[in-house]
Design a protein around this ligand. Structure first.
Ligand SMILES: *[C@@H]1O[C@H](CO)[C@@H](O)[C@H](O)[C@H]1NC(C)=O
Length: 211
């Protein structure tokens, strides 16, 4: 009896002591890389939201049997990742979404041909500021990982964020190219002028010596 009481107390203690840390860690594995991707394009941070966690968890448990990336219905934005062996962590999921950044062009709000950018654009969607994610093990051993977003992103006809920065960079680069061209032309002209003056000097000298 003494032993089982002790075991019970220890179990309670470990639930109390370990659980919050464990939860915080899992939450940071999702939230950290989301906010890093957002900071990179100057979009406000997301916060962790338990309502969305519950929604994602409830939906994910419905996919345990088929483990297929079928989108949920409902008011929230979503990203789904099917984790296979060795690539089944929350970090792997978010990293795979953020890797789509290389295919996305903000000034034109387009994705490279044959590529997907919608996971990335949901991650950096500026008005999606609440995040909740869940990960469940499917019957086939893979993991169904889903994040839910409020407000939902990927709204048709809108862009994830205003790419003032990219637009400004392109404008500056364009201007710099013009400046460089102007400088080169000027430098060439100046050099030619100097060379012509020297030729004249030399000619004058020769004439003076002859005379
Ligand atoms: C979490 O998201 C829900 C769902 O949209 C929202 O109603 C709620 O206000 C959010 N909670 C917090 C703490 O922001």
């Amino acid at each position: 009896m003494g032993f089982s009481k002790l075991a019970f107390s220890l179990a309670i203690v470990s639930v109390i002591c370990l659980s919050p840390n464990h939860v915080a860690e899992a939450q940071n594995e999702y939230l950290g890389p989301h906010n890093a991707a957002r900071a990179a394009v100057r979009v406000p941070r997301m916060s962790w939201n338990q309502t969305l966690v519950n929604f994602a968890r409830r939906y994910a448990s419905q996919r345990v049997r088929d483990c297929r990336p079928i989108p949920p219905s409902g008011p929230y934005g979503w990203n789904i990742y099917i984790g296979t062996r060795g690539r089944d962590t929350p970090s792997a999921a978010v990293a795979s979404w953020v890797r789509e950044k290389q295919f996305y062009r903000c000034p034109s709000n387009t994705c490279a041909a044959g590529r997907t950018c919608s996971h990335y654009t949901q991650v950096v969607w500026s008005t999606s500021m609440q995040l909740g994610c869940a990960r469940v093990r499917c019957n086939n051993g893979n993991y169904f990982i889903m994040c839910s977003y409020y407000r939902r992103g990927n709204v048709r006809g809108q862009r994830p964020y205003r790419c003032i920065r990219e637009e400004a960079m392109e404008a500056v680069e364009g201007a710099m190219e013009e400046l460089v061209e102007v400088d080169v032309e000027e430098a060439v002209e100046q050099t030619v002028e100097m060379a012509e003056e020297e030729v004249v000097d030399v000619e004058e000298n020769v004439i003076a010596q002859v005379v």
